[in-house]
Design a protein around this ligand. Structure first.
Ligand code: SF4
Ligand code: SF4
Ligand code: FES
Length: 319
């Protein structure tokens, strides 16, 4: 059964428009269909100039990612009835964190650039020609890669990431998850190089806000980011503020059960980084003037031994 639906569309053509505008396109269409079906219908029956990317219509190709009522997702996987507002409209915009090209189509170059920098292919230690048989992976080793292998590079996570929006040099969640996919692949020989490269692409800027957990393919890139940070510490890549911060936070909590902010600041800047320490002195003096300097020595909380037991169970690295 057809229902009255309004597509509230972002319209912009970078070739001719200086500023975007919105169109409200009314269609008679069943609300049991998907957002992509409604867009296809509007393009075919109302306005052929409406532009959007799509291919598979089955949540496989990753091309129909767009902003639907303020949240990014795959149009072909989103039932209309779940997103219709009270006035029976749905608001469609291009993905945030990307430059709009035409209507819902964006320039994907920054996203693909982060991905191609990973060298996203296996680099085994020897040549394929040296092998008589395929390189096999045990079920146990494969388990680590199953979730990330579902990534369809739709960039939903990248568009939702607040760190990407303030610092475009950040690799973004999908690239780090894909780095993890090769770092943990037992057939690959470039583990350390890959970890070093993704660390250089500002791995440690991730703020662990979990916005990227809204992944339409349940890849959970936020978990892969934590794993890659841990691997980078195991590989000895600790001479940077990000890993130093993680290690010293873990250390002070293990010691006393609480965050020792003095030690965290010094440990993050670097104990022997005299220039860095001098640069934070004005902040320290301002805090002292306001009576905000934390105590120099912290008495361990009651039952701190239980906290230490958790550290041991989780094998938490400390600085
Ligand atoms: S991790 Fe998920 S949201 Fe991000 S690109 Fe892959 S499939 Fe899309
Ligand atoms: S968890 Fe990290 S990568 Fe994911 S959205 Fe938040 S800041 Fe971005
Ligand atoms: S059209 Fe392929 S993922 Fe939606």
């Amino acid at each position: 059964m057809a229902d009255k639906i309004v597509l509230d569309l972002f319209r912009f053509d970078q070739a001719v428009d200086e500023v975007p505008h919105r169109d409200r396109v009314e269609i008679d269409f069943p609300e049991t269909s998907t957002v992509l079906d409604a867009l296809e219908y509007a393009k075919a029956e109302v306005d052929g100039s409406i532009s959007f990317r799509r291919s598979c219509r089955s949540a496989i190709c990753g091309s129909c990612s767009m902003n639907i009522n303020g949240t990014t997702g795959l149009a072909c996987k989103t039932p209309l009835k779940t997103v219709l507002r009270d006035d029976r409209s749905v608001k469609l915009d291009p993905m945030p964190n990307f430059e709009p090209m035409k209507d819902l189509v964006v320039h994907m170059d920054p996203f693909w650039d982060r991905y191609s920098r990973l060298k996203p292919y296996l680099q085994p230690a020897d040549k394929d020609s040296d092998h008589e048989r395929e390189r096999r992976v045990s079920p146990e080793d494969m388990k680590k890669l199953v979730a990330v292998a579902n990534c369809v590079m739709c960039a939903t996570c990248y568009s939702l990431c607040p760190v990407v929006s303030v610092d475009p040099s950040f690799a973004g969640p999908a690239a780090i998850a894909y780095a993890y996919r090769f770092i943990e692949d037992v057939r690959d020989s470039k583990r350390k190089e890959r970890v070093a490269q993704i660390s250089d692409d500002y791995l440690w800027l991730c703020a662990h806000c979990y916005a990227c957990s809204y992944c339409p393919k349940h890849v959970e890139p936020q978990d892969d980011i934590i794993a890659v940070k841990r691997i980078s510490i195991e590989e000895g890549l600790t001479n940077a503020p990000g890993p130093r911060h993680a290690l010293v936070v873990a250390k002070t909590i293990k010691q006393s059960g609480m965050l020792n902010e003095n030690e965290v600041i010094i440990g993050t800047v670097g104990r022997f980084n005299f220039k860095g320490i001098a640069s934070i002195m004005p902040l320290g003096l301002r805090m002292a003037a306001k009576g905000k300097v934390p105590p120099l020595f912290m008495k361990p909380v009651d039952k701190v031994s239980e906290i230490r037991t958790i550290y041991e169970a989780l094998e938490v690295p400390v600085g």
